[in-house]
Design a protein around this ligand. Sequence first.
Ligand code: C2E
Ligand code: MG
Ligand code: MG
Length: 464
Amino acid sequence: MLGVTQDVSAHKRLLRQTHELENYDSLTRLPNRAFLYRWLTATTERAQEEDSVGLIIIDLDHFQRINDSLGHRRGDQLLSEVANRLKTSLHDRGLVARLGADEFAVVISDMRSPADLQAVSEGIKTALSEPFFLDKTPVMVNFSAGVSLYPSDGQLVEELVTHADAALNHAKSLGRNNIQFYARRLTEKAQERLQVATDLRQGVGRDEFVLFYQPKVRLEDGAIIGTEALMRWRHPSKGLMAPDRFIGVAEETGLIIPMGAAALRMACANAVRWNCLRHDTPLKVAVNLSPRQFQGENLVGTVKALLAESGCQPQWIELEITEGLLLDDSPLILAQLNELHDLGVTIAIDDFGTGYSALSYLTRFPIDTLKVDRSFVRDLGHKAQSAVLAKAIVALGQSLQMEVVAEGVETATQRDHLLAFSCKLAQGYMYGKPMPEDEFTALLARHAQPSLQKEHPHEEDIAG
Ligand code: C2E
Ligand code: MG
Ligand code: MG
């Protein structure tokens, strides 16, 4: 008898390793995306008529910051620990997978009622709410999550995943740290944004963006001391569109960078034109900057070049930023703001009081002007609380030697309150709505002749 023996253990090990690589994530040992898709397919195919399956996609909030501040090794440690807690919280009721960097998925296959899903979501929340200890450093983690349900939100696995993703994006847009369920409206919204992005790209090529100008006045006598340039889109079929319909998409797509530069170019040209007509005080033109512009190639260089090419004096330009830009306290933002300030332009904080930043940033960044958000001005005269806050903000700005501008002044009552708080500057419909450039030129000319000072400027009809 002849026998052949062969040691197959190495071969088996290789097969097992290949299987692991194809189906599992090497860091957390959780099933990967490919595995999840197959598992979901099998689960939904097996599901009986009355069964439903829940898919939750979870994304850790600001994970990049943990990576940046504590290092990638601790970042990895955190992800492994999150994976463990998710598995434990599920009590073998389904599957936990890792989809990507800080994105996880949970599938609940034996759902009997929506209350089941609620219970699982609560379980996840509790599991992740305790601090994580990374080499003894306690770290708190928030997460955003989106939920879709089989079969009501989709029959196919791709649909379920896309819809849970849409719900997740919605959760993020609501300020993160929350769980949202998919609603059909979300896909419609996503499609609409896609259409806006396509139109925007064409609009940039065709120069469809213009600036409207709203006067900024001295409260005591109504004299025009400046103007804010506000972007409008002359859409070929939808008419004139206000910025809230397109700035968000322009930021997401990065188109805000060329759009913002074009706006600044127009604003500089007009600042030169208007200041040449004025013999008394200079007129300052304020331009809004998006945080996205600070991530572009060379914001400072662009501003410098635009000032030079138009012959615009830096003190005629104010750049408006929002508190959100300062939130991350990044040295790169600080450096750019300092360089801009050194050019001689002034910096204003727009919509002040609506952000969540620590007030200490007011002294760390080169800020010249505070614009008190309209929400504080709106209720002056009705709500005592608004008066207290508006007054405190005015005092805060003034004690830091900043100019303070009240936004959205519409009535004489609001004006009188602001004067009583010794607020000096204002902007609002009471003094003029945003108007086309020629109308603003005419308004300036009329103001130069006090006898003709009666006018009621109006804004063109705005679509939507
Ligand atoms: P913002 O910079 O805070 O501009 C003030 C907004 O308040 C303007 O809305 C203006 O029309 C409105 N407003 C002014 N006075 C009153 C008032 O008395 N009552 C009421 N109800 N509203 C008043 P608009 O023009 O729709 O602009 C909205 C936002 O879009 C701006 O808020 C700004 O954040 C953004 N935006 C506008 N133009 C640009 C731009 O060129 N670049 C960037 N990045 N953002 C822009
Ligand atoms: Mg503004
Ligand atoms: Mg504002």
